[in-house]
Design a protein around this ligand. Sequence first.
Ligand SMILES: C[S@@+](CC[C@H](N)C(=O)[O-])C[C@H]1O[C@@H](n2cnc3c(N)ncnc32)[C@H](O)[C@@H]1O
Length: 507
Amino acid sequence: MNRNLKSNIKEFGDYQTPDELASEIITLIQKENFQPATIIEPTCGLGAFILASGELFPNSQIVGIDINKTYVEYINDQLRRKKSPNNIEIQTRDFFTINWKSLISNYSEPYLIVGNPPWITTADLSVINSRNIPKKFNIHNYPGLEAKMGRSNFDISEWMMLELLNSVKDTSTTFVQICKLSVARKVFKYCVDHQINIEKAYIFLIDAFFHFKASVEACVLFLQLTPGKFTSICEIFEKLNKNKLLHEIGVIDGKLIANIEYYRKWNHLNGESPFEWRSGIKHDSVKVMEFIKGEKHYINGLKEEIEIENDYLYPMLKSSDLANNKTNPNRWMLLTQKHTGQDTSILRKTAPKTWKYLMEKASYLDRRKSAIYLKRPRFSIFGIGDYTLEPWKIAISGFYKNLKFLFIGPKEGKPVVLDDTCYFLSFDNYWKAMLVHTLLNHPITDEYYRSYIFWDMKRPISKQILMNLDLKKLLEEIGYQHLIEALMKKNPYLKQEKIPIILKNLF
Ligand SMILES: C[S@@+](CC[C@H](N)C(=O)[O-])C[C@H]1O[C@@H](n2cnc3c(N)ncnc32)[C@H](O)[C@@H]1O
């Protein structure tokens, strides 16, 4: 394949599929015993799929389309050289100007729609002021506000795939596309929500870095559309073959479930957590508000030695600490308030050095972008309340692939605080915290949460997911005796007769 042909890679989301990968995918389709009458590749690029299809399905009509004229000329040249039969036609056209339903209906069923649509989002396109964008933009019909909030930022590939699926929804079609894992899930959910006749749905994970030098979680989405058939379950395979089924995702009651097996086992534990999960403190200025201890003074994020009072500094942990099971902090956070909206100017009197420091660094804090700081006391922080200063915490990172809940106690007599990438529960009673910690690290809890977590998301663990587990129901499920045994194992010095009292006051 000639990879030196010119293209504006970013604008056209241009990541050409290597020949070997295209052959592997076409072979996989062949193994499903599917014989397409027509194969269509809507953004065919340099034609890796076209050429592989020509070899493995020599009797099918093949149609390739791409916006890039040089690519189309290149493929036609290849076809001429290889003296390929006349059943392959390649056209230079813009995806967004094509009436796909009418184009496809010119050819015979069953169809195979295969390919690798552009890897770019509408937000990226608007940054480069590109017109390579669909006109009817808001596919999911998000209401105005949500659209403004950025939910209408979607992958062009998602839009293209839905356009194609809507065009073939009443036909017998195998639909196979390389895309981001998150896009594949959205497309699958859309099909279930809109009752598109899917008989089989598979996702095969691929190594995007190996194939495309792209750092995303990617896959091959495989949908078999058959009139009259319907499934709301999609099987996820480890690689581009069916050797190892990882798990199944599915749509249940309109919600996308990350692990159907675990969901079926534990969805009766759904409800509301009796304790409120909180996110940590938001201050948007690591340089000014976070410190490590130097020999004599504290050192801020600007690497300056700072002399300020101890009173408003608290030991802190962040997501990466939690992900590495670290519970003994070596950073400190300056808390300018004890609850949201508190007047910060009292620091002038109560901690003059801290106030002087804040005034010196005011330019950093005053230019914090988020609108939440507007019309608030100067140097405000967020996510702060009585819960912040309780001594015992159970915390988890929202960002990392680690479903371990950590138990965190005070350091140097001060409660440890978390940053806003973490979630936590806080307690004033050590044993209460210990019991809840034991509950949260139980294998049932692990399976329960895994039924809702999509690990490739930017923030896989959310407050919503954490809140949905009813710990009372969980306690009943695990059984008091088991919980007591687990607790005794962790705390051999705990007197057994104390436990019923702790349990009684737990919720
Ligand atoms: C990710 S590449 C994949 C190319 C090819 N399908 C493959 O698998 O190697 C995306 C392709 O989409 C094409 N493309 C981008 N925007 C397009 C549009 N509006 N209409 C048709 N093709 C487009 C690009 O030229 C590029 O070749």
